[in-house]
Design a protein around this ligand. Structure first.
Ligand code: NAP
Ligand code: F7E
Length: 323
């Protein structure tokens, strides 16, 4: 039985990855942080709890990470923990850098010192590309990194230090450069889930307005379930390497909002207003990923289309918001 160790196990991706690995027969270990409302610590993995080995841990607590890895001796380590909200990274830049950049280094050190024969996956992000776009209109593994947020800057460090540890110490350490991916489990302050939840509240007569920031940025949105499958493929490739994971389709926030409201029989223009508090000091205007390296190497294709993803989220909130 293979053993996996997941940081951020109660996050959107951590929960889907856990389900996926359990189905493959893995023994799954993960860390959660202490929260004053204990019910929230495991809300996304509660239904899997009896099959899991969950410990308290934090990316900032190196001795705890070393102790856990030394005891567990995992075959695969997935570093999914992060302060993952880009706009909030402008409010808490130093904390974001500590967790997303130095936290990754802490885990790499623990991996190198306690279980160097394991494999390590770093959750890298399309936010690292910032304003860079290839001549063909896509971002790929060779597009320069030009981040536009403290989050993106911290992720560039984690990306580079993962590559550096791979080369310096001959470790099996890899990066998945994932474009935006969503699901009903997405935090409701990310734009897709915020729009769907807000539109459903309006449809049910529980709200009259939805406040958003910039509606003219473009994102390449996929489904988290498709992306955790890719993580498992990437970490298990015989040559440690870095791969973009993306759908190759892009939509503006406005198009996505229009789709969601129209699906509910509503005209978004009557309900959506701009609130400057949701604008960012620097915006990333356009993302569209070229994942041909991943598709050629592993025969990966996403099962969800953009419409199927949004429809699943709409159905979730229609069922779960009660009048
Ligand atoms: P998420 O839902 O925000 O989950 C992040 C998890 O990390 C949460 O469980 C959080 O725990 C945990 N965490 C935060 N700080 C921690 C710390 N110091 N020590 C231990 N755990 C900590 O994010 P996600 O959408 O699943 O994304 C997973 C990873 O992929 C993140 O690294 C993210 O930056 C990256 N990524 C995401 C996307 C995307 O579109 N979703 C795209 C590219 C890359 P709490 O609940 O206690 O806060
Ligand atoms: O914003 C615009 C906002 O917060 C998407 C994270 O998973 O993907 C995610 O980062 C777009 C931006 O995601 C609101 O300005 C408009 O242009 O859903 P988001 P993100 O910033 O792209 C990357 C790949 C990650 O790695 C991150 O971890 O939507 N937008 N109005 C808004 N965004 C939010 N959150 N709220 C609004 O009201």
């Amino acid at each position: 039985m293979k053993k996996a160790f997941i940081t951020g196990i109660n996050g959107q991706d951590g929960s889907y990855l856990t389900e996926y690995l359990l189905k493959l027969g893995y023994e799954v270990h993960g860390i959660i942080r202490r929260n004053s409302v204990p019910e929230h610590q495991q809300s996304r993995i509660d239904f899997l709890r009896k099959d899991l080995h969950v410990s308290y841990g934090d990316l900032l607590d190196v001795s705890g990470l070393e102790r856990l890895l030394k005891n567990i001796q995992p075959d695969e380590i997935y570093n999914l923990a992060a302060q993952s909200h880009v706009r909030i990274s402008f409010d808490v830049p130093q904390f974001t850098a500590q967790v997303n950049a130095l936290g990754a280094l802490n885990l790499l050190e623990a991996f190198r010192n306690t279980c160097p024969d394991s494999k390590y996956y770093q959750a890298s992000s399309s936010e690292m590309f910032g304003t860079s776009i290839g001549e063909n209109g896509y971002q790929s593994e060779t597009t320069p990194l030009n981040p536009t947020s403290p989050y993106g800057c911290a992720k560039v460090f984690a990306f580079n230090i993962t590559r550096n540890y791979r080369k310096s110490y001959k470790l099996h350490a890899v990066n998945g450069i994932l474009f935006n991916h969503e699901s009903p489990r997405r935090g409701s302050n990310f734009v897709t889930n915020k729009v769907v939840k807000g539109a459903v509240m309006i449809k049910k007569g529980l709200a009259t307005k939805l406040e958003l920031g910039n509606m003219d940025s473009y994102r390449d949105w996929g489904h988290s379930k498709d992306y955790v499958r890719a993580m498992h493929m990437i970490i298990n490739h015989n040559i440690p390497d870095d791969f973009v994971v993306a759908t190759g389709q892009t939509h503006s926030v406005r198009e996505m909002t229009d789709y969601v409201f129209s699906k509910l029989g509503l005209d978004y223009k009557k309900f959506v207003i701009q609130n400057p508090i949701f604008l960012r000091p620097e915006e990333l205007p356009y993302l569209r990923g070229d994942s041909s390296k991943l598709r050629k190497t592993f025969d990966w294709t996403p099962e969800y289309t953009f419409n199927a993803l949004m429809d699943e989220m709409i159905d979730f909130w229609m069922e779960n918001i009660k009048i």
